[in-house]
Structures are given as C-alpha cells and as structure tokens.
Design a protein around this ligand. Sequence first.
Ligand SMILES: *Cc1c(COP(=O)(O)O)cnc(C)c1O
Length: 382
Amino acid sequence: MPLAPDTLRAWAEVDLGQLERNLANIRAALPPHLRYVAVIKADAYGHGSTSVATRLMRARADLFAVANIDEAAALREIGSGWPILILSAVLPSERTEVFAHNLTPTVSSAEEVRAFAEEAHARGRVLGVHLKIDTGMGRLGVWHGEAAALASDILSRKSLRLEGVYTHFACADSDAAVTAEQRDRFLRCLDEADLARKSGLIIHADNSAGIDTFPRSGLFNGARVGLLQFGVRPYAGSLLANVAVEPVFSFHTRIALVKSLPAGTSVSYGHTHTLRRPSRLAILAAGYADGIPTRMSNRGRVLIHGYECPVVGRVTMDQTLVDITDLPQPAAPGDTATFIGTQGGASLRVEDFAAAADQIPWETFCSISKRVRRVYRIDSAL
Ligand SMILES: *Cc1c(COP(=O)(O)O)cnc(C)c1O
C-alpha cells in the first residue's frame, strides 16, 4: 500500500524501521562499550527530528547532538532524560537557555569556561560540559597546545563537571594520515591533562567517516554518528562497506501533465533545451522550491515506471521537465517520479542526486525543503 496519499505533489518517505536497523548494525561493528552519540542537527539531516529522535531513543542511542539551542529545546520536549550536546559554540545571549533546557554545551575557550562557571554558580547548579580540542581542523575547539590548561581550568571549577572531551577530523573521508595525526594529538592532550584515566568521561572523535579508522582498543569510548545512520556512506570505498546500512530516505514527486512536442521545439526558461526528435515530456510537480537545484537543469535524472528519465531544460521554481519519450508504457498525470529511491529494480541514491546537483549528500538532505512533506514508515525494525 502506498505510504503517501495521492494528493501529495512532493514528499519524502522516511523508513524508521531501517533507521533502527542501521543503528543496530553500526553498533555491532563497533566495540560494545561504545557510547552512540546520535547527531540529529538540521532537523535530523532533513529527515524530521521529532520522529527520528523518538525512534533513536527507542533504539537506545546514548546521547544526542544538535547544532544549536533551538534544535536542542525541540528535542528536550520529546525526552527529558537524554543528554543533549550542543556542537556549535553557544552565543553569550543564549547561555541562560542551556540551563533552562538542561543542555550540555561544548566549550573551546577560557571565556566560555568562566562564563558558564559563573552562571552555574549563580544558579547553584553544576553544569556538565564537553571540552572540544582543535587538533587541526582550525574551527571550533581549543588549540591542542592549550588544551591541557583549559581542561585543568574546567576541573578546578566546582560549578562545572567535565563530562566529555572531543575533537573533529578535517579529512576523515579523504586522508587517513591526517586523521591519524589528529588522533595522536588528541591522545597526547588527554595524557597531558591527565584525563586518560578519569572515569565517566566520554572520549569521542569519530564522525561517520572517522569510524572507518576507529581503534578497537584504546581510550575512545564514543562516536558521533550522523550521515551513516541514515544509510548513506560518507564516501565511496569506505571500509564501512561491511556495515549493513541501507538508505532511510527517499524523495518523490508526481507527473502533473504529459505533452507531446515536435522536434526542434525549444523548452523551459531561456529555451535551455531543444528537442532533437518528436518528444513526450512529463512536467513534474516539483522544482527548486522543493529542493531540486537549478544545477540539475539538463543534468538530473528521475525514475518513472522504473526507468531513468533525463531532466530537460532549466529546473524552475515549481516544475521540472523530463523526457519520457523512451518509456515503454505511457506515463500519466499522477504517476510517481522518484528523484531519490527505488522503483522496481532501479534506484537512484542521494549520492547520484548530489553529484548531478554539485552538492554533497549532507547538503542535499538539508536542501530538500519544507514544502516536501515527510511521511514515515513506522514498521518495527524486526
Ligand atoms: C555533523 C557533525 C558530526 C556528524 O558527521 P557525519 O559525517 O554526518 O557523521 C559529527 N561531529 C560534529 C562535530 C558534527 O558537527
């Protein structure tokens, strides 16, 4: 039975049972003591954070990580017990919200440590924090040469509790040597700060791509999993090929109109495509306002009746033209057109969409707009 009502013009199907299986399979590939930090920033990579978080809670994620206070506050509404780590730097004006929603901030500087310590002290609270160390990304985190000093600053504050230490890899998907160097710097910091044996500390460095080189023994006891839990490998040829994850997300629209046009007709804005033969075109009910970027003009592909059909002409705000001349069976208004997903034996992956759109898969997920209704397959994982 189709999941989406036939009145929807563009929708994404999110398979929550598959999400749960992915989490279980990722966990199975990692050491048993590992703390699973589910990264669900940006509306759970466009999958819808409420449904995704609820299912991940059931699947026993240990911690959640989001980008900012708004995302964290929405998540706090769903589950009061779960630790929520804020990955971005908290703005000075947002600090009180950290206390109001019982969140765990990331700290990278002495100013943040002092401000959070004073705020916590004034409220008679002890605030848990994660210290982020910059081991070569050059973005958030205290520079690794200064990390030990900042760690002891945190440990000396009675109103702060150091709950985690982490770093982020700049090239986990492309350069194993740089990643190894970052891992070494990070471990050296833990040693210098005498944190290696501190109990109860979550020590995490790996994102999806990092998990490829996750050391099975040693100090790391957490991983921050984003893309991989949605069934998408961070890069082709990832060692994670042997982790059995499958895509959770598919993206569909419908044919709104079918028409035949003579050879030589120029179509779409700017007459960006000229038909070389008498053609049948399908006008799809989605365009760049739905997240099909104009970069896919004359480049994208879509599945109709299980066949790949090319996008022709420029993608417009609300419609996209595709050439369906070669379909063996005539297509009709209302038929489904799949940009990401499977039809019969054919499939187009988010990686294919991203390549045609000059995007990375993370960006594609974030770009599929609110106009695209998310519908959830809620079958159990078993
Ligand atoms: C987004 C993010 C992740 C998750 O990365 P994936 O590649 O999607 O697994 C991990 N850590 C930090 C700090 C992030 O911002």
